[in-house]
Ligand binder design. Structure first.
Ligand code: NAG
Ligand code: NAG
Ligand code: NAG
Ligand code: NAG
Length: 186
């Protein structure tokens, strides 16, 4: 599973088309796997594979057949989390938006422990109004679901007609049901 996201917290005055100040959430986050057995620092924008590689937990995923050895990574769920302080005086602004340039791919987004939205398409940006949940100090979590499992579930749920091909040719050793998810790499 790969993740790329760039976040900007933008503050807007009500009824005004001019954007206020923004605050980038790129940088140092943490990532953990589904059962919590792994937790490590991770850079945003970035990928789970690169975080694991940087911390010596896996070898170069592009070397020889390492993509097959590391298939478990794409079958697990991964949560990216961070905490941050707003460097502006919030009470001077009427609207606060959380903007993602890209999220790869299927995630539930929790802002201060409140679900503010979901994503399922890495080819688009996302913007969420967080005015009602934002505080001076905030926690942000993106709970990513295994893209491979998601695509398989979507395929199973689609019973009205077949959408070929179900799987790529075996020689390619790729994942099945790529046509059920808006994702570049699976
Ligand atoms: C990932 O999450 C899905 C649903 O949210 C769950 O069914 C699955 O068991 C989880 N997998 C792991 C490895 O935690
Ligand atoms: C937790 O997840 C890891 C990675 O998927 C797996 O190797 C390990 O067996 C799991 N541990 C438990 C207790 O389920
Ligand atoms: C923040 O802005 C409000 C409203 O303009 C003001 O009353 C308050 O004193 C400001 N707080 C700080 C810490 O500047
Ligand atoms: C976040 O929400 C979950 C479930 O809604 C709850 O169990 C947990 O205690 C909450 N955590 C915090 C820090 O509020």
């Amino acid at each position: 599973m790969h993740l790329h996201l760039l976040l900007i917290l933008a503050l807007f005055r009500a009824g005004c088309v001019v954007a206020g100040p923004s605050y980038s959430l790129s940088g140092s986050w943490r990532v953990s796997n589904g059962n919590g057995s792994l937790e490590l620092p991770a850079t945003v924008p970035g990928y789970v594979h690169s975080a694991l590689h940087q911390h010596g937990l896996i070898q170069d995923p592009y070397y020889r057949f390492n993509d097959l050895n590391y298939r478990w990574i794409s079958l697990d769920n991964w949560t990216y989390s961070t905490e941050f302080k707003i460097p502006f005086n919030l009470s001077e602004w009427q609207k606060v938006k959380l903007i993602f340039d890209g999220v790869d791919t299927v995630a539930e987004i929790l802002f201060n422990n409140v679900t503010i939205g979901k994503t399922d398409n890495m080819f688009t940006g996302y913007s969420f109004d967080v005015t009602n949940v934002v505080k001076d100090v905030n926690s942000l979590k993106l709970q990513f679901r295994s893209a491979v499992q998601y695509a398989e579930c979507q395929s199973k749920a689609h019973t009205s007609y077949r959408v070929p091909p179900e799987c790529p040719p075996v020689e390619q050793k790729g994942e099945c049901h790529v046509n059920f998810i808006r994702k570049g790499l699976l």
